[in-house]
Design a protein around this ligand. Structure first.
Ligand code: 3PG
Length: 395
């Protein structure tokens, strides 16, 4: 971005790919529950706007099926972006259609335009190179330069991430650079002990990152829904808790290879149903009742995880320890987050649900070294995969 600014952007049209895929309240359509991703890209948009560029911002939201769907409109995001930019922005009601074209044509230097959800167009996510390319041609025609600051989407081989940069002079935004710099500190000679905390629902989603990290970390603490497949592999009865049956053998193998490095909960909060008002109790992992499901790690496990984090100098955390959105099952995530906040060293929260948990629990963002805006992207980077969005910027 600095290189582009140094060239001078006054009066030039610049396309900025942002990841404005923010969460909304389930019961109040249009109410953004965490605007962290919008805030994270503000410095890039402001720098370009203040340097006189006509800034065309584009993003996806959710996973619509390649056609307009009012449920996934970026309109509420446009409103919030305008508030945070301290000035109105223009919102185009389509992505590359007549409204977008008209808005682009009318956009003056120093103004900001947000296009409607990129995924309302099948070309954005298409696996067909020609279909993606045709959509990328239309987007690229809007501008003279392209900035990628959508760290959360760099792992997607999508038109706006992978194909547009091949058609325009391309630049990395400050957020992308900052994220890569921090994640590189995790992959290149991290200060030890290096402790990784993983949670979330599914082992299958985290398998690749576990495989990649196991040889590199000193300890791997596993909580969240995924811990039950590990507990099953250890021979425990897990009642009605979340289970990925086909992953049990894999978990058994990981436990054998990981030895003492892998730390599992020894107690859980077991409930009669997945509901805030369900009857619940703390039980040892060898005594989970057959008719209950584990919705959080228990207090003994929180203390053990905090102990395993106490002398850490590098921590990466991805995935909540329990169903933190429901008050009776939030203590595990809160307790582990608070232990991470006390760590003397680099602490990185890998986007998505864990970043949302930090904010939803009212924890102090600044107590963490870095809260990534990318969930899947940060995991894939740590797995050592080549990320299409980064590869496109480098070519
Ligand atoms: C995310 O939320 O991780 C990013 O915005 C990417 O979204 P996606 O998984 O729908 O591609």
């Amino acid at each position: 971005l600095d290189d582009l600014l140094a060239e001078g952007v006054a009066g030039r049209r610049v396309l900025v790919r942002a990841d404005l895929n923010v969460p909304f309240a389930k019961d109040q359509p249009g109410l953004i529950t965490d605007d962290g991703r919008i805030r994270a890209v503000l410095p890039t948009i402001k720098a370009l706007r203040d340097a006189g560029a006509a800034v065309i911002v584009m993003s996806h939201l959710g996973r619509p099926k390649g056609a307009p769907d009012p449920k996934y409109t970026l309109a509420p995001v446009a409103t919030r972006l305008g508030e945070l930019l301290d000035g109105p922005i223009v919102f185009a009601e389509d992505t590359v259609g007549p409204s977008a074209q008209q808005s682009v044509d009318a956009l003056a230097g120093g103004q900001v335009l947000l296009l409607e959800n990129l995924r309302f167009n099948a070309g954005e996510t298409s696996k067909d190179d020609a279909e993606r390319g045709a959509f990328a041609d239309q987007l690229a025609a809007f501008a003279e330069a392209y900035v990628d600051d959508a760290f959360g989407a760099v792992h997607r081989k999508h038109a706006s991430v992978f194909d547009v940069p091949a058609r325009l002079p391309h630049f990395a935004g400050g957020l992308v650079l900052r994220e890569l710099e921090v994640l590189d500190r995790l992959t290149t000679d991290p200060d030890r002990p290096y402790v990784v905390v993983l949670g979330g629902a599914k082992v299958s989603d985290k398998l690749a990152v576990i495989e990649a990290l196991l040889p590199k970390v000193d300890r791997l603490l596993v909580g969240g829904g995924m811990c039950f497949t590990f507990l099953k592999a250890q021979g425990h009865g897990i009642g009605k808790s979340l289970l990925e049956d086909e992953m049990v053998d894999t978990c058994r193998d990981l436990l054998a290879r990981g030895g003492d490095k892998i730390v599992l909960p020894t107690d859980v909060v077991a409930a009669t149903a997945f509901a805030a008002d369900a009857d619940h109790e703390v039980v040892g992992v060898d005594a989970i009742p057959a008719d209950r499901l584990g919705l959080d790690i228990g207090p003994t496990s929180v203390a053990a995880f905090a102990g395993a984090l106490a002398d850490a100098h590098t921590v990466f955390w991805n995935g909540p320890m329990g169903v933190f959105e429901l008050a009776p099952f939030a203590a595990g995530t809160r307790g582990v987050a608070e232990a991470i906040m006390k760590v003397d060293g680099l602490t990185v929260v890998g986007g998505g649900d864990s970043a949302a948990a930090v904010r939803a629990l009212g924890l102090d963002d600044d107590a963490f070294g870095h809260i990534s805006t990318g969930g899947g992207a940060s995991l894939e980077y740590l797995e050592g995969k080549s990320l299409p969005g980064i590869a496109a910027l480098e070519s």
